[in-house]
Design a protein around this ligand. Sequence first.
Ligand code: PEP
Length: 249
Amino acid sequence: MRRKLAAGNWKMNGTSAALGELDKLCTAHPSSPVDILICPPATLLHRAATAVEGSEIAVGGQDCHEATSGAHTGDLSAEMLRDAGASSVILGHSERREDHGEQNDDIRAKARAAMDAGLKAIICVGESLEQREAANTLDIIGGQLSGSIPDQSTGENLIVAYEPIWAIGTGKVPTLEEIGEVHDFIRARLERRFGEGVGRSVRLLYGGSVKPGNATEIFGVSNVDGALVGGASLKADDFSGIIRALENA
Ligand code: PEP
């Protein structure tokens, strides 16, 4: 049985005051049958980890460098994230692929570093609108999966998030059939590469304009084990609605 996961990506949002939302979340979910993760900006990571101590909520990073240490101004190693209290790290988000030119090889190297440091790697894949309209979605996702997921992956250290780029922050969501098709495809690819045992144990998240109002139907789709949530994770009330939908799915 895969444990469900509601993961929030705060992106470059939030100063000290945002920690109040985390306190609200801890109060609203003193225990939960699903995993709950918040990935705040790195500046808040340690304080966020302290704020959730003793609760069911975990915190994670939004990126890490592939090296363990060295002359990389402005970057953070996986070990540093772990030391600050992270249990997971988002890698290969489309905004990193776009803003920082990250390629599959970079993401695979970062994922290796994350796993070596004891972090779970949440590897994001997803197609652009042009790629979907050209019927290239599965080819693109297949290339991203084989290029960015390292060989050492297991159900414990890998989570895959399917995030169509055109659905992120736009309010547009693929049909349930489209989500199901991609998630079934990812599952099949993981089983083919890692064998049925590992392939079936990796959690698959959907991400892209998930809100309390559409979460229930998305969580009903086969092979959707939870969500990676951007905008709606910034407010505890909205994210709570998504967590509750997942708990009842
Ligand atoms: C994201 O950026 O990972 C995301 C899914 O954003 P949003 O929920 O705002 O579409």
